[in-house]
Design a protein around this ligand. Structure first.
Ligand SMILES: NC(=O)C1=CN([C@@H]2O[C@H](COP(=O)(O)OP(=O)(O)OC[C@H]3O[C@@H](n4cnc5c(N)ncnc54)[C@H](O)[C@@H]3O)[C@@H](O)[C@H]2O)C=CC1
Ligand SMILES: O=C(O)C(=O)COP(=O)(O)O
Length: 322
């Protein structure tokens, strides 16, 4: 019997065709064309498997899916999914653990350099016709080489950031729920530290943790005040880890050198957001995981999990959330 996989995010017919070319046998793929819960309820109603990228999936939507066996995150951060309701309804939840670690870690370094070296700022100024004048370069630029980098959230992405940083000769501090064994720390060249230690000692602080009740609002005005004046804050985790209004005030007052953000409290970022007016902030529209040459790897991992459930097997432990 044919079963249905629905992609809940609105995607183009081209993307749907690429997904269909990788789909395991015995499955058909449908996809969203619009935003909003009513549309989600309609398209999830007949599906056995649902895929959610950035779209929010709440309990009402899940209750409209009587046949649903598996809700799969296309990515890793499951804060947009109502995992508790899925658990209560007996719907499995999975994610593609580690699938985007390399693209997101590369992007983290890209944003770090863009902010430290004023690359994004210089780009924007030159496009306005300003050539390295005093008004065009109000900020210092700082090198990454030899600096202390604090990584908050040291899982697949954070550890890949540490690996990529090796050529820069940085001191790497990390925070995570449980300290890594010494042998792994040595291999990564990283030292466990508390968040207050990271805030006080780092030249670059990168957020690579999930959004949880513990990390929500972790970087507030007090945390920013605990950072060095020359620090750069990079957020590729989730908007809610940073109190945006506090960051705006701190950047306006030049309490830190600069920040870079790929994720925001509200996405898409409203076009009148005060963040867009700050010259010491680099912004990108939740792009870190998107790399054309990583598409197939991530999709194969996700479809592999769906195929397990279709055969009546559990999702491999690495990717199982519920
Ligand atoms: N901007 C983007 O496009 C993307 C953003 N992300 C975000 O990055 C997050 C991390 O992704 P992965 O590294 O793949 O996940 P992961 O599950 O491999 O690692 C998460 C790490 O955060 C740590 N952590 C959890 N709570 C913490 C806390 N309170 N303080 C410090 N560390 C804590 C965990 O111990 C673990 O080391 C995702 O949850 C997601 O929110 C992920 C992919 C793309
Ligand atoms: O994996 C995650 O958590 C992501 O944020 C992925 O974002 P994406 O929807 O793949 O651009």
């Amino acid at each position: 019997m044919t079963e249905t996989v629905v992609v809940l995010d609105p995607i183009s017919e081209d993307s749907a065709a690429r997904l269909r070319s990788l789909l395991p046998p015995g499955l058909v793929l449908t996809h969203g064309t619009a935003r909003g819960d009513e549309h989600l309820k309609e398209i999830i109603a007949g599906a056995e498997y649902a895929i959610a990228g950035q779209v929010g999936v709440n309990g009402d939507v899940l209750r409209a899916a009587p046949k649903l066996k598996l809700l799969h995150k296309w990515g890793v951060g499951v804060d947009n999914l109502d995992v508790d309701t899925a658990r209560q309804l007996g719907i499995k939840v999975a994610r593609t653990t580690g699938s985007n670690a390399v693209p997101v870690a590369e992007f983290t370094l890209g944003l770090t350099l863009a902010a430290l070296r004023c690359i994004a700022f210089g780009h924007a100024e030159l496009k306005k016709g300003h050539w390295r004048t005093a008004t065009a370069m109000p900020m210092q630029t700082y090198m990454l080489s030899g600096k202390t980098v604090g990584i908050i959230g040291f899982g697949a992405i954070g550890q890949t950031v540490a690996k990529l940083l090796k050529g820069f000769g940085c001191t790497i501090l990390y925070s995570k729920r449980t300290k890594l064994p010494a042998v792994e720390e040595a291999a990564l060249g990283a030292r466990f530290a508390t968040v207050p230690e990271i805030l006080a000692q780092s030249d670059v602080i990168t957020l690579n943790c999930p959004l949880t009740p513990e990390t929500s609002g972790l970087i507030d005005r007090a945390a920013i005040r605990a950072m060095k004046k020359t620090a750069v804050l990079v957020n590729v985790a989730r908007g809610g880890v940073v109190v945006e209004s506090d960051l705006i005030e701190a950047l306006k007052a030049r309490e830190i050198h600069a920040a870079a953000m790929d994720v925001f409290e509200i996405e898409p970022l409203p076009s009148d957001s005060p963040l867009l007016g700050l010259d010491n902030l680099v912004v990108t529209p939740h792009l870190a995981a998107i790399a054309a040459d990583n598409f197939e790897k991530a999709v194969n991992q996700m479809f592999g999990n769906i195929a397990h459930v279709a055969r009546g097997e559990p999702v491999p432990e690495r990717d199982s959330v519920v």
